[in-house]
Design a protein around this ligand. Structure first.
Ligand SMILES: Nc1ncnc2c1ncn2[C@@H]1O[C@H](COP(=O)(O)OP(=O)(O)OP(=O)(O)O)[C@@H](O)[C@H]1O
Length: 333
C-alpha cells in the first residue's frame, strides 16, 4: 500500500483558550480527493491551514511524504496551494489576478495561454472576463477566478476551504467539474471542506468528519444539539425544535451532543423493539462519487440528517418517510 501523503500525529492548535484542533491524528492519501466535514467551529479551516503549512501546530507533528515540514519549508513551497474561505482578489484585472502567482515566481512562459486555459477550466471565457475588474464579477465568478489563480500554479496538492460557499448552483457545478478534472490528472491530491454534504460526497473519494477539534471516525448521519428534555409521561429524553422530537438515552452532561451513525439510520419502516423513530421529509438525493449507493438528505423534527441507500431505491424529494434507529446506537460527543 502507498504511504500516505500527510500524517498528523497528535496535532493540536490553540487560539487562546480555544482548542481548535485537539490531539488530532490522521492520514491523507495521495492522488485522491479527501473531504473534511463538520459543523461550524469544528476545526476544519484550522486543519486546512496546517495541511497547507500556513500555520504551525502547538503540539504534535505534520508529516508530508514522511518528513516533518513547516511553513516556508522548501519541500512544500510551490507544491501545496490553499484557497481560503474568502479568497482575496486584487483590485486589478482578472488576467492580473489569475497570473499573479506566476509573476511572483517570475515565470513568464506563455502567460496569456496559461491564463486562458485556467479560466476555461473554471468555465470563464477569456475574452469576456480577462479584462474585468474585481467589482465587475458576481460572487460565483470571483470564486472561480480565485480557483483559476490556484489551478494555473499546477500544485501537487490543492486545498480548498469552502469553495462553493455563497455561490449559485451553476458556479457550484462548474467548480465541481474543475476540481474533478484537476484531481484526475496524475499525482494530484485535493483536500477540501464544504457544508453541503451532498456536494462534498459527490466530489470526494473519502470524507473525514470533525467535531470539536477531533476526528470522529464514524460517519454520523444525525447530530442533535441540546437542550434535551425529559418527557414526564414516558420518562424518555428527547431533543426538540418545536417541529417534533427525537428520542435519545439520558444525556451525560448539559452540553453533550447526540450523534447517530449513518449506518444505524433506517428509512421506510416502523421501529422495532429498542428502537426509536420519527417522521422526516426527503429534501434532496444525490449519487455518491464512484459508489453504487446514493445519499438521501432529510429533515426530521427540524434537524437535518443524511443516510445512504441503494441508488435504485431513492425516495422522491418532498415525500415523508419514517426514520428509525436503535436507541443504543446513539453516541455522545
Ligand atoms: N484566528 C483565530 N483566533 C481565535 N480563535 C480562532 C481563530 N481561528 C479559529 N478560531 C476558533 O477555533 C475554532 C475552530 O475554528 P475553525 O475556523 O477551524 O472551524 P471550522 O470548522 O472551519 O468552522 P466553520 O465551518 O465555521 O468555517 C472555533 O472555535 C474558532 O472560533
Amino acid at each position: 500500500m502507498q504511504a500516505p501523503l500527510y500524517q498528523l500525529e497528535g496535532v493540536s492548535r490553540c487560539y487562546g483558550a480555544t482548542r481548535a484542533l485537539d490531539r488530532c491524528s490522521l492520514s491523507v492519501p495521495s492522488g485522491r480527493v479527501t473531504g473534511i466535514a463538520g459543523p461550524n467551529g469544528s476545526g476544519k479551516s484550522t486543519l486546512l491551514s496546517l495541511l497547507a503549512f500556513v500555520e504551525r501546530p502547538d503540539e504534535g507533528r505534520v508529516l508530508f511524504q514522511g518528513q516533518e515540514e513547516h511553513p516556508f519549508s522548501p519541500a512544500v513551497r510551490h507544491r501545496v496551494t490553499l484557497m481560503p474561505q474568502t479568497p482575496f482578489l486584487l483590485d486589478r484585472s482578472v488576467f492580473d489576478n489569475v497570473s499573479y502567482g506566476l509573476a511572483v515566481k517570475k515565470d513568464r512562459t506563455d502567460v496569456a495561454g496559461r491564463v486562458r486555459r485556467a479560466l476555461t477550466r473554471v468555465g470563464l471565457d477569456f475574452d469576456a472576463f480577462s479584462g474585468r475588474r474585481r467589482n465587475e464579477l458576481s460572487g460565483g465568478e470571483a470564486q472561480r477566478v480565485a480557483l483559476a489563480a490556484r489551478l494555473i500554479l499546477d500544485p501537487e496538492v490543492l486545498i480548498l476551504d469552502e469553495p462553493t460557499a455563497s455561490v449559485d448552483a451553476a458556479s457550484s457545478f462548474l467548480i465541481h467539474q474543475a476540481i474533478l478534472a484537476f484531481a484526475a490528472l496524475p499525482g494530484k491530491t485535493v483536500i477540501l471542506t464544504s457544508h453541503d454534504a451532498a456536494w462534498l460526497d459527490s466530489v470526494s473519494d473519502e470524507v473525514l468528519f470533525f467535531f470539536r477539534g477531533r476526528r470522529v471516525t464514524e460517519k454520523m448521519g444525525l447530530m442533535l444539539f441540546g437542550p434535551f428534555a425529559k418527557d414526564p409521561a414516558s420518562g424518555m429524553w428527547a431533543a426538540g425544535t418545536g417541529q417534533g422530537t427525537i428520542v435519545v438515552p439520558e444525556p451525560p452532561s448539559a452540553d453533550a451532543v447526540a450523534a447517530v451513525p449513518e449506518r444505524c439510520l433506517r428509512m421506510g419502516r416502523e421501529e422495532g423493539a429498542h428502537e426509536a423513530g420519527f417522521d422526516a421529509e426527503v429534501r434532496e438525493t444525490a449519487l455518491q462519487k464512484g459508489r453504487t449507493g446514493a445519499r438521501v438528505i432529510l429533515t426530521g423534527a427540524g434537524f437535518p440528517l443524511t443516510l445512504s441507500c441503494p441508488a435504485n431505491q431513492l425516495p422522491e424529494p418532498g415525500r415523508t418517510v419514517r426514520v428509525s434507529y436503535p436507541l443504543d446506537s446513539v453516541q455522545w460527543l
